[in-house]
Design a protein around this ligand. Sequence first.
Ligand code: SF4
Ligand code: ZN
Length: 290
Amino acid sequence: MKCSKCKEKAIAYLKPYRIALCKNCYPNFYLNLVSRSIKKYGILRKVERILACVSGGKDSSAMAFALKKLGYNIEILHIDLGIKEYSVKSKKVAEELAEELDVPIHVVELSEYGFTIDDVDVKKVCSVCGTAKRYLMNRFARLNGFDVISTGHTAEDLILFFFKNVLSGGIEWIPKLIPRSESSDGLIARARPLFERSEKENMLFVLSLNVPFVTDECPHAPRDVWKEIIYDIEIKKPGFKQNFVRGLIKLAKSVKVEKEWELKKCRICGETSSSDICAFCRYVEKFGRV
Ligand code: SF4
Ligand code: ZN
């Protein structure tokens, strides 16, 4: 198979776009797609100070690398979750990436709060981990004057979020699907510049440019049947993921949620919370060693 642009040996055929691309032509194709999403949906601005959250996985590494190549003003935040060798490797990758991009890196250690993800002895470890990451990202961004937090969420992540929550019946979560939320009440703006990109597209990007990323999977990661279902649909209906997320964004913008959470300040840490004590401080009390 030959590259549709330069006729060199192609690395992949991208069914949704009906194009085959080689190692040299793919990165620009990908960067154009990311740039188009950012502009079309107003996800980021060049004047903003962006905190790019890098776990070390392919998606967040692709996000930080693409933003820097597109001329955005990023600094990297890595959260060390304390998951044995996985966290050691992930931190090393985030540091290598920062060095390669020549951008500042900040590392927040979850252990400084008295526990690590390996200490969490409940069934839904990922739920605790997600809360901890969101809390630490927001706190760091707010205390250090960042305009916006950027994450590597993909089209698959948004569709998974939709499927899992639609089964619970509520609609209050639908507006959260938008690719850019603005800062308010102590919550810093959130951006998902890769919301239209698939994991495969991100993987091809990091591989074609030798962007550092960790290949190991988190030992706490559960088997996700929904993810397998999404892949099956994509095989039968190429382009499903991109079309579906575009539909989701239209839905998220059109839904008006009447009942908003009443936002308070956590009595312990002072961060924005929906209850007197925020979820993170409750976890610190529950899992902390001190
Ligand atoms: Fe955290 Fe779960 Fe992701 Fe592991 S798989 S990093 S525990 S959210
Ligand atoms: Zn708190």
